[in-house]
Design a binder for this molecule. Structure first.
Ligand SMILES: [Zn+2]
Length: 205
């Protein structure tokens, strides 16, 4: 099987509980400490096997093979990638059966990050996630006052639209936000604006 490591917790010295997002399931697995084991980390894509044991309901993670990305040594890309992947754990942890969409979304992002700026690629990817989950608000009505937004628009957590005057937050050009939501592109956004959106995204999926 293949999947992405979205969470790691240490237990009993150096054993680990590793949560893996696979094509159709979120696996919680146990990895015993072993010096010969390959290093694993949040965000890594791995090929793996599970060994089930009657004494424990958590399967053992074994035969782990790291499937590297060509940009894995780019610190900025890896850092942004890991920050994003970590957010999937609280978002999906109570869901057992996972739609194939999620692993495909991350596969697509890993590929786009070869050439694209990581924060831009991730925010555009996140918009696809919101759309898939039916929570991308393209009616452009303010979350706080329910009135239509006709010019200065702000976005708050989960990229929910508000009037800038209602949320007292940074104003964006409505047309640019429409392009982001509908065309999934950030081309018209400055690096500073991207940084602002990135920090909103980090508040949680
Ligand atoms: Zn408003």
């Amino acid at each position: 099987m293949q999947g992405y490591i979205i969470n790691i917790n240490s237990v009993r010295d150096e054993d680990l509980i590793v949560t893996i997002l696979s094509e159709d399931y979120l696996y919680t697995t146990y990895r015993f400490y072993g010096t010969r084991h390959s290093i694993i980390n949040i965000g890594f894509k791995i090929d793996f096997e599970l060994e089930r044991n009657f004494k424990s309901n958590i399967p053992r993670l074994k035969d782990v093979l790291h499937i590297g990305f060509s940009w894995i040594l780019d610190r900025e890309k890896l850092y942004c990638w890991q920050r994003y992947i970590k957010l999937f754990y609280p978002h999906l942890k109570d869901v057992d059966n996972i739609d194939r969409f999620y692993i495909e979304l991350l596969d697509d992002l890993a590929h786009k990050m070869i050439k694209q700026n990581p924060k831009r690629a991730i925010i555009e990817n996140y918009i696809l996630l919101c759309q898939y989950e039916g929570r991308l608000h393209t009616e452009y009505e303010c979350l706080l006052c329910d009135q239509p937004i006709t010019k200065d628009i702000s976005v708050v957590r989960s990229f929910l639209p508000t009037h800038s005057s209602c949320s007292y937050s940074r104003a964006f050009d409505l047309q640019n936000i429409k392009e982001l939501f509908e065309e999934k592109t950030l081309v018209k956004f400055s690096d500073d604006e991207v940084e602002y959106l990135w920090n909103i995204l980090l508040q949680g999926l």
